[in-house]
Write a protein of this length. Structure first.
Length: 95
């Protein structure tokens, strides 16, 4: 599975492979991420599934969805931001 979210999300991995989150917080964040992913609209969920889990290139996804590659990139960005916001809200609610 690929990891290329922005460092601001707190969910990305650096090029060296070290996480920006502590190891102790990882299980809770993974649960939050899973819950947030399931709460996304079906179109966003499907886009993320194709890109991150099937590891399809953006160009292939764009052809399959009859969209431009730029539109897919923008939708991926918005989906990542929505996931990061959701995870942050869940973490704040537990604090």
């Amino acid at each position: 599975m690929r990891w290329n979210t922005s460092p601001q999300s707190g969910l990305s991995l650096s090029s060296a492979g070290s996480a920006f989150i502590s190891a102790a917080a990882l299980p809770a964040q993974v649960d939050h991420l899973r819950e947030c992913l399931e709460s996304l609209p079906p179109a966003q969920h499907e886009l993320l599934r194709r890109y991150y889990f099937e590891e399809l290139p953006v160009e292939s996804i764009a052809r399959a969805l009859n969209r431009t590659a730029d539109a897919v990139y923008k939708n991926l960005q918005r989906s990542r931001e929505a996931l990061a916001d959701c995870v942050r809200r869940k973490e704040k609610s537990l604090a």
